[in-house]
Design a protein around this ligand. Structure first.
Ligand code: GLP
Length: 254
């Protein structure tokens, strides 16, 4: 795995966005689609801002296909609190990705159809040849997507229960209405199958969970730890998020 530490989230995000558009441009030149795995939360927002800028500067996203990690359940895609809305507001509505190329787990599916739905989500990723680049944030419980503690290395797209801490952290986006107890999320196995993975974290609040994930024993108690030592992983941090890890792991300081 590679650890890259930047002076601030903006510089880190420019690095990640440039790496993504390099792949898109190479694939565009040979008329190949680029399959992106995308995440929500505050962390990837500056990456989306930079990708929007690069799209306006000439990198076409017409050959991009996207798969989002997760969505609350139950959740209508038209709700302002949904990850569907987040993605459209922060990214999709500003770039030229065709709407039929966008995939986000459907939080409005009937409960008895969820298993089949999740299988078909996995199958679609496989049919597109797998994810080329996966963007990840990290939650306070050590989750990626909504793979909470207890998620196994073989987990795939499924319905999960959210931890109280995770629901607490999400409250700010729900304006007083209750945060759903469940979510549909891609699994750890789905994420690990991506060809390249960028895990991003900014600020001192993330320092402790980053250290726990990468310095302690690999365990389903902290699902991000399943990424430890992974050759496909670039851990992209700002200085405060790297504070508890940088003496222990070799750093590319940028
Ligand atoms: C939610 C999302 C995760 C995200 C995490 C951290 O739980 N499901 O994908 O990584 O929040 O969010 P933030 O980036 O706002 O700290």
């Amino acid at each position: 795995m590679e650890l890259s530490v930047f002076p601030n989230p903006y510089m880190a995000s420019v690095h990640v966005a440039n790496s993504i558009t390099d792949v898109i441009q190479k694939n565009n030149a040979i008329n190949r689609q680029t399959i992106l795995g995308l995440s929500t939360g505050n962390t990837p927002k500056p990456v989306y801002d930079e990708l929007i800028r690069l799209n306006k500067a000439g990198t076409s996203f017409r050959n991009v296909v996207s798969f989002n990690l997760d969505e609350y359940y139950p959740m209508s895609g038209s709700s302002g609190k949904s990850y569907h809305s987040y993605m459209h507001n922060h990214f999709f509505s500003h770039v030229d990705i065709p709407s039929q190329n966008i995939h986000i787990p459907d939080g409005s599916i009937a409960e008895h159809e969820i298993n089949e739905y999740c299988k078909s989500y996995e199958q679609k990723i496989t049919d597109f040849g797998g994810i080329d680049i996966q963007i990840l944030g990290i939650g306070r419980t050590g989750h990626v997507g909504f793979n909470e503690p207890g998620s196994g290395i073989d987990s795939i797209t499924r319905l999960v229960y959210l931890e109280d801490i995770t629901r607490q952290d999400a409250k700010i986006h729900f304006n007083g209405s209750p945060v759903p107890e469940k979510a549909i999320t891609m699994g750890i196995k789905t994420i690990l199958e991506a060809k390249k993975i960028y895990l991003l974290a900014w600020g001192e609040k993330k320092a402790e969970i980053i250290a726990k994930s990468f310095l302690q024993q690999v365990s389903s108690d902290c699902p991000v730890s399943f990424l430890q030592g992974n050759k496909k992983l670039e851990l992209v941090l700002d200085e405060p998020a790297a504070a508890m890890i940088q003496n222990e792991i070799q750093v590319n300081r940028i």
